[in-house]
Design a protein around this ligand. Structure first.
Ligand SMILES: Nc1ncnc2c1ncn2[C@@H]1O[C@H](COP(=O)(O)OP(=O)(O)OP(=O)(O)O)[C@@H](O)[C@H]1O
Length: 603
């Protein structure tokens, strides 16, 4: 029994709770309005009975007449001094249905407003959660799922809301009509219940199939989005290596899988749609047969029974059909619930202290980092004084990027401590610190927009901002190139800057960081995609930035770091040696070998 209750609660109330958590009192308004509409409809319909009786010459006030317990309606009218005649009864019926129409309008209007509120709320909530997501979680997250959840799935959750409440409302109507039916004739009410139960048994299998397919559809959607994301990101490689056909075949297979599931769901829906009416008619005819042949119910009673009956069954079928539609998207609701929970659990912890400017230095004190059980950074200590230039050097996989990820607050160190101006990083509000960091990675980030928007991040093109933009571009050595463009700073840059050279992309990235008014500039292999001419140019520019910013560089080309104040030489996550270029050559034979291999001369 306990298990059954738990199962029932999980199955039906968890969905209700999801909506309730987002909508609170609004849910009760939606439900109450539906209830009101149903009751008004019931009163309107009930008035047909005295009408028919008057028309038939029977006094509707007679106790024990065809109205059953609903006689209170007629008695109430009598007490108010209203004597029922055919025109008065007709007038009252019209009144009930007009008020019902007005409430139905308010109900519909309110439902639309609540739906809008609901969808906006989950969109905004989840987007805020995305902004606060731990980078370490993101590294192992399914990107197809993230993309799918924020686009397709969120729309399906909006459908889930509509269909859930549609079926809920119809469920309420069934209860209202059944109550009216009970008040008129209890035998009739029992027959309705039986009819409803039988049809529900028939549909149970369809529900189960639909629910299963819905979950499959959500998972298939994640995978398809993931594949598409990768197709777009790696289009050049796929094309150039001739593997695009093979890849597209893989995407086709996934796409067909998703389509097949959609097809299955549609087929279930069709069975429900086609069998609805025959089942209603079958139950209606059976009940009329039973009432006339065995129960000798008078004609008026049958007609009113029929009205309530038909209304109750139509609502029941509507409820079943909406429920099935809800089940087609229930997978998305489950996914969204889990997805949001995961986002909440993986929010980065943010300290209280707002970061303004670097005043003194960043200190790495015995810092370590592990991925799973593997320690990739081992007890590293060094200082980064304000406006100095520090370089991280070492073979591939030696831990350079991991150290940068910790310094920039992307991943917290799991051993030792990083202090910024003496304050442990954990106490600092990391986003305020990151706003002061310029990050130029191996793959330059270019947005599909104008040069101006790419550099200013959609600032207004006011004269001051344009001046600031030019100054940043000048310092990044990209201004002369922008001047040659047809639309100058308002030239579109195309998908991920495909119409730019690697060097140009990197210089635009540098301009963006300089525009931001940063304190710390991180260059991760920033010069790797540049030809030697451009590299020299950037080198000159970096030299110009030296002394104004705190610069941390990762470079494989040792020529880039020749003038760094301090070079940290790493091997397998450990700091092997530290010093300026000349000192390191003297101290560290492996560094000397790397320098010789690259043909770099100290000047
Ligand atoms: N997200 C991750 N999950 C698990 N291991 C990782 C992850 N990122 C990096 N590593 C491992 O951590 C070690 C250090 O990687 P890191 O990227 O810091 O090295 P690197 O010196 O920057 O290398 P490269 O010069 O090739 O960019 C490597 O062994 C790498 O395999």
């Amino acid at each position: 029994m306990k298990v059954t209750i738990k199962k029932f609660t999980q199955k039906y109330l968890s969905n209700f709770y999801y909506f309730f958590a987002h909508l609170r009192f609004r849910i009760f308004f939606v439900v109450s309005l539906s209830l009101f509409v149903g009751v008004l409809d019931g009163f309107g319909l009930a008035m047909f009975l005295p009408l028919l009786e008057i028309a038939d010459g029977i006094s509707p006030t007679e106790e024990g007449g065809n109205m059953g317990k609903l006689i209170f309606l007629v008695n109430g009218l009598n007490n108010m001094g209203i004597e029922l005649t055919v025109p008065i009864a007709l007038g009252i019926i019209c009144f009930f249905f007009m008020v019902k129409g007005a409430f139905a309008f308010i109900n519909g209007y309110y439902k639309i407003a609540v739906k809008h509120y609901f969808v906006r709320k989950i969109r905004i909530e989840n987007l805020d959660l995305l902004a606060g997501l731990k980078y370490k979680y993101f590294l192992s997250a399914d990107q197809g799922r993230i993309q799918n959840s924020y686009t397709t799935e969120i729309n399906r959750v909006s459908n889930a809301y509509s269909t859930y409440f549609m079926s809920f409302q119809n469920g309420i109507l069934v209860v209202v009509y059944m109550t009216f039916a009970f008040l008129v004739d209890w035998q009739f009410a029992i027959l309705v219940s039986l009819g409803g139960l039988i049809s529900n048994l028939i549909f149970k299998r369809i529900y189960a199939g639909t629910e299963k397919s819905s979950k499959k559809l959500t998972k298939g959607g994640h995978d398809l989005q993931g594949l598409m994301l990768q197709a777009v990101a790696n289009f050049k490689y796929l094309k150039a290596s001739g593997s695009i056909k093979q890849y597209v075949n893989r995407v086709k297979k996934q796409s067909i899988d998703v389509e097949n599931t959609n097809n299955k769901i549609a087929k279930y829906g069709n069975i429900l749609f086609a069998t609805r009416e025959p089942i209603i008619i079958l139950v209606v005819c059976t009940v009329i047969f039973i009432q006339t042949s065995y129960l000798n119910t008078p004609l008026e009673g049958i007609l009113i029974s029929l009205l309530f009956f038909y209304r109750a069954l139509t609502s029941l079928m509507q409820a079943q059909s909406s429920w099935n539609n809800f089940l087609t998207v229930v997978g998305s609701l489950d996914n969204m619930t889990e997805f949001t929970q995961e986002l909440v659990q993986n929010q980065e912890k943010v300290g209280k202290i707002e970061f303004k400017n670097l005043e003194d230095k960043i200190v790495l004190d015995n810092v370590s980092l592990s991925y799973g059980k593997t320690r990739v950074v081992k007890n590293i200590s060094f200082d980064i004084p304000k406006t100095s230039e520090i370089a991280l050097v070492g073979e591939s996989g030696s831990g350079k990027t991991s150290i940068i990820n910790m310094i920039s607050g992307l991943i917290p160190a799991d051993g030792g401590q990083i202090r910024i101006d003496g304050e442990p990083m954990g106490n600092i509000n990391i986003p305020t610190f990151q706003r002061k960091i310029g990050y130029i990675s191996q793959d330059s980030v270019i947005f599909n927009d104008t040069v101006f928007n790419n550099v200013t991040f959609w600032d207004e093109p006011t004269p001051e901002n344009l001046e600031k933009f030019r100054s940043a571009c000048d310092r990044a050595a990209i201004l002369s190139f922008i001047e040659t463009l047809e639309a100058k700073e308002f030239e579109m840059l195309g998908n991920n800057g495909l119409n730019l050279s690697g060097g140009q992309k990197q210089r635009i990235s540098i301009a963006r960081e300089l525009y931001k008014e940063i304190d710390i500039l991180i260059l991760d292999e920033a010069t790797s995609a540049l030809d030697s001419e451009t590299e020299k140019e950037i080198q000159v520019n970096l030299e110009r930035l030296k002394g104004f910013y705190t610069i941390i560089v990762i470079a494989h080309r040792l020529s880039t770091v020749k003038n760094a104040d301090n070079i940290i030489f790493l091997n397998k996550g450990e700091k092997v040696a530290m010093g300026n270029f000349e000192t390191l050559i003297e101290l560290e034979p492996n560094f000397k070998r790397m320098v010789q291999l690259q043909g770099v001369h100290s000047d």
